[in-house]
Design a protein around this ligand. Sequence first.
Ligand SMILES: [Zn+2]
Length: 436
Amino acid sequence: MFATAYLSALSLIAFAAAAPMDESWLQARDGDVATLFRRGAPDPSDPNFASNYPDAGSTPSKDKLPQAWVDKLASIQLPDISPSSPNNGYPTYTGGESGADEHICSFTYQCTTDEDLVNPPSGVFALNFDDGPGPASPDLYAFLEQNNISNAATHFMIGGNIVYDPTTMQAAAKAGGHIAVHTWSHPYMTTLSNEDVLSELGWTMQIISDLNGGRIPKYWRPPYGDVDNRVRAIAKGVFGLETVPWNTDSADWAIGSNPQYTTESVEAQLTTWLQGDKKNGLLLLEHEIKDTEVNVFKDIFPKIGANGWKIQNVADAFGMDWYVNSGKGNTDAVTSMSVAANTLVAVNGSTSQQVSTSASASGSASASTTSGGASASNSASLTSASANAASTASAAASSVSAAAAGSNNKSAASSVVSVPVTGFVFGAVGLVAAFL
Ligand SMILES: [Zn+2]
């Protein structure tokens, strides 16, 4: 259902000359936010609140894309990279080009760019949680508040989860938490068309902004770590979003779905990392959907401070503003570039669109283990994952052994929304595969 949509206006800014070649696809982040996002939020207590947004669980229809997003996309230069194909579950590119090639720079292939926010400063523990709001979120938020660190956590949230639980997202923000983007329906983003990338990011930014005083998110976490330079370019060039992978995977997501991971084993590994070298800051992959995930954080929390780590949210860890149009916290002024009110337009019709490349997968996946330790400076990731069609999270993932970087990374994510996905399966470069 898509009863109403907000079409943003009107005048497009003329984006004059292209940027210098070396950053030809990087739009300045201080673009005219006001043309892209309306201000004036629907009331989350309204029973029809969700009708203001696309359906949860699938990529919003491109037919309902605000024209300003489409026009902005057309105004920027993108690298010549086609959407990846989940060939046997693994993202592959046309012409046999490797995702590790600098031109593509897929995080799945352990490539990061200078723009990626992946390694916090020495001694900094960049606290962040994915996939909320979810069933375990309130417990997490209570714990954060109890320990006076609500404002030291970044929450990468799923738009399709927020739309049916807006008050929990607002609880995180009101407690002082830093709110960021984890897409609308948790797809493999490199498989999507440019327009679908717009939908996944833009609608999530819109709902977060609507529920947080017009503050436009400035950071996003690609689901499964699946990002390449085309997707990065759209995120930054159209929306001003910084891409935030991770350098260490807690594997909290694997507890309960992979017998090789238990609360005890995950906490033991985390303890080893916390007791280890602080030369590189830690930017973990952690989640807030399941009790087991939140419990891991609660259990290891005392060891973070005891080992001398400084806990900061992602924005503070990198010394950056929290939002595109606001400074620190959720009370700093919203700058004028977001303020212009856009026209509210009712859009008829109700279509929803499946992620074009996805295939329904359900059940749990076996997962291979990784070895090694230490938070690596450059990370690898990606795994296969499945989220079943149930309303509760069920995800599992295979993991990879990142031979090249010597890092230990696994990823997957659970999601409250129904997310049909195709599992990526590693079949090359020494990565270990597992099928859904
Ligand atoms: Zn996720």
